[in-house]
Design a binder for this molecule. Structure first.
Ligand code: WT7
Length: 676
């Protein structure tokens, strides 16, 4: 664990100084490279003419009706609305536009299923042109509208694996003005049930199952468990695997192929001309309380943000093959798999399975096979491949890659350098794009489609033009270079969230109350002398495990549900691959004996209640938790113990013995790890 001393999270937690590192001058992007002073001048101008700046970009999209107002607060800040009065349709922009023009026969999607033959060749690939996509989106929209009566504003929960039907269903829903709520296929039945109920979904779309690391995941079975707790009117099940023992409950459940059976091949559904501020999707994300927040996004603002960043950050061209490796169950997939590539008419790759199946060169074989040129991935994936070793990379020709970015968590300089050298030949542009579910699209990034300021290993770079992101102190004043502060966004931006589903007060409280007039992201960050922002990690009780957001409170609630558990505290510790890993301190109920078997049972229980990503790396059994006199768990102290860092202020601590106990438990673990 201690090996991770270049991990930025470890740095801030240990209150050490960050090494900002050297400029990395790019060899092949010379014509785009500008110095940072020139960049800040461009940035300043974009903010000076802020509204015109964004409206000039919005004009590049096709609107059924132009907007009257670029941005306004309605009824008051922070309830901002973008391009008010404008009407558009995401599905029209994603497919109709291309199917009617010269991109008709251009590949939109190259899909690869996980299974391979004995020689390691993929057994299933599907290629869809923009015309194919247009046809399918229309047919699914027809099914939703005419067979199931889905109307504008209805919510559809989508619980599908990474198969083409997932983006197709989303685009089809948006075509008729329905609101999607995609639930990651790795989430558990409970997590699905909670999201179906909160969104008030009329319909669930799922699959019989899918492949993951050579094993079948029986998705419909999980969905059935969820449906016992949260009902919907209709369920449509796509046959991904052709399992013949799936339980169907008529008249609620329908097979996809039956429902689609008599939908004409040339079905056409007029795209609904929705208002710019009409919600397109809800996506649930973890916060600091037990209940996940349903982040709501609009249509027009989100489209403009995603479109702009496809051009600026990914420099997308018609000759590119784009691959964003994120699952569509997360926001990265919403913006940069479903909408981004299609809105610019790009060809993209989509892969169903595990990155290292059947062996650690699966991704590299995909890049080689399809000539991927713009590659968007995560630090966790890079660190995992680093561990497997560069031999696996060298087996393949990756020279098609011309541009890369990472996302989801801080990238430690070591991982950045590894990818730059082994994937990017030390010549492609490579950045770490900062954004979050709430921002709807990239906010801080090197933008080689626009300019390229000198890179540095591990930085996020300056905010994009049109975005006023900054790092501020406790009072909301900008911090000096090198001083840790909080990341904020000081004015509205097009892709911004439009509240939390059904909970306007929580929206204000979570994001707009810590610093009045500024959006609080919940991240720690520092600026360097050039004004580059380095996001260090979460400042709240939220973990980033393999780039996925998990609330400590959510994990604790899951543990407390178990009959053996009286109390639980969860913290994140640095993990060499996943960035952070959850560990739990558990107080058992009277009479319950701790032990290996119970620890395993609790880990499995968390997997079952939230999903496999949430499984704690370690469970410590203790007799008490460090708390304040008023009874609040002091996770900060548990973190300090785990990081071997000073405890800081302990005047409010009720019982010092609790910290000693945590220390002892952690030291035992450390000794055990060293022995191994
Ligand atoms: C949190 C948001 C953005 C899509 C995936 C995650 C962290 C995200 C970076 C980056 C450092 C990053 C932040 C942020 N984060 N990108 N490039 N460098 N940290 O979306 O699940 O909403 O999580 O991810 O902590 O707040 P999300």
């Amino acid at each position: 664990m201690e090996k991770l001393n270049t991990n930025t999270i470890a740095y801030y937690m240990a209150e050490k100084e960050l090494p900002f590192g050297e400029y990395i001058m790019n060899k092949t992007w010379k014509d785009r490279e500008i110095d940072i002073k020139t960049y800040w001048e461009i940035h300043r101008k974009s903010l000076e003419n802020f509204e015109e700046f964004w409206s000039s970009i919005a004009k590049e999209l096709e609107w059924f009706k132009p907007w009257d107002t670029i941005v306004t607060a309605d009824p008051a800040p922070p309830f901002y609305k973008w391009f008010v009065g404008g009407r558009l349709n995401l599905s029209y922009l994603a497919v109709d536009k291309h199917a009617k023009g010269w991109r008709k026969n251009k590949l939109a999607l190259i899909w690869e299923g996980e299974p391979v033959d004995g020689a390691g060749k993929p057994l299933e690939t599907r290629k869809l042109t923009y015309y194919d996509l247009y046809r399918e989106v229309n047919r699914v929209a027809y099914m939703l509208k005419h067979k199931f009566g889905i109307r504008k504003g209805d919510r559809i929960t989508i619980y599908l694996p990474m198969i083409p039907e997932l983006p197709i269903t989303m685009l089809a829903a948006w075509r008729i003005g329905a609101i999607t709520s995609v639930v990651f296929s790795g989430f558990s039945a409970d997590a699905l049930a909670e999201r179906i109920a909160d969104a008030g979904a009329r319909m669930l779309i799922t699959a019989d199952g899918f492949w993951r690391r050579g094993k079948v995941v029986r998705l419909k079975d999980i969905a059935d468990q969820a449906l016992e707790k949260a009902g919907v009117e209709k369920v449509v099940v796509y046959r991904r695997l052709g399992l013949d023992d799936v339980k169907m409950s008529p008249p609620r459940d329908h097979w996809w192929d039956d429902a689609m059976g008599d939908v004409p091949l040339n079905a056409y559904v007029e795209p609904e001309q929705v208002e710019s501020e009409h919600p397109s999707y809800i996506l649930y994300t973890s916060g600091t309380t037990g209940k996940p927040k349903g982040i709501v996004h609009d249509t027009g603002g989100w489209a403009v943000h995603v479109y702009a960043t496809m051009k600026w950050v990914f420099d997308i061209k018609d000759t590119d093959v784009f691959w964003c490796t994120a699952d569509i169950g997360w926001v990265t997939g919403h913006s940069y798999v479903v909408l981004g590539p299609t809105i610019v008419g790009a060809t993209q790759v989509m892969y169903e399975g595990a990155p290292d199946y059947p062996q650690p060169d699966r991704w590299w074989s995909i890049i080689e096979r399809y000539g991927v040129s713009v590659f968007y991935t995560s630090p966790t994936a890079i660190r995992m491949f680093m561990r497997y070793g560069e031999e696996w990379v060298r087996r393949h020709d990756l020279s098609s890659i011309r541009l890369m970015h990472s996302v989801g968590e801080p990238i430690n300089p070591e991982a950045w350098r590894w990818a730059y050298k082994n994937l990017g030949r030390e010549e492609v542009a490579f950045g770490s794009t900062w954004w979050m579910t709430e921002t709807g699209g990239i906010v801080i990034s090197h933008a080689p489609g626009f300019y390229l300021v000198p890179m540095k290993a591990g930085t996020n770079g300056p905010p994009l033009p049109g975005f006023e992101a900054d790092v501020v102190d406790e009072e909301g004043r900008p911090v000096a270079p090198g001083v840790r502060g909080y990341l904020v966004i000081k004015r509205p931006w097009p892709g911004m969230l439009h509240g939390i589903w059904g909970d306007p007060d929580r929206y204000i409280k979570t994001y707009w109350s810590k610093f009045p007039g500024m959006f609080y992201a919940g991240d720690y960050a520092v600026k360097d002398g050039d004004g580059y922002i380095w996001v260090l990690g979460r400042a709240d009780e939220v973990l980033k495990v393999a780039g996925h957001r998990l609330g400590t409170y959510e994990l604790e609630s899951a543990l407390i549900e178990h009959p053996a558990v009286a109390e639980a505290a969860v913290i994140g510790i640095p993990d060499e691959v996943k960035g952070e890993a959850p560990i739990a301190y558990v107080v058992l109920k009277q009479g319950v004996q701790p032990g290996e078997a119970l620890a395993k049972e609790l880990r499995d229980h968390v997997r079952k209640t939230i999903g496999p990503i949430a499984e704690p790396a370690h469970i410590f059994f203790v007799t008490k938790l460090p708390k304040t006199r008023s009874g609040k768990i002091m996770r900060r102290l548990l973190r300090a113990v785990a990081m071997n860092a000073p405890l800081g202020d302990v005047t409010t601590l009720e019982d010092e013995a609790s910290v000693e106990e945590a220390k002892k438990a952690y030291e035992e673990l450390r000794a055990e790890i060293e022995r191994k």
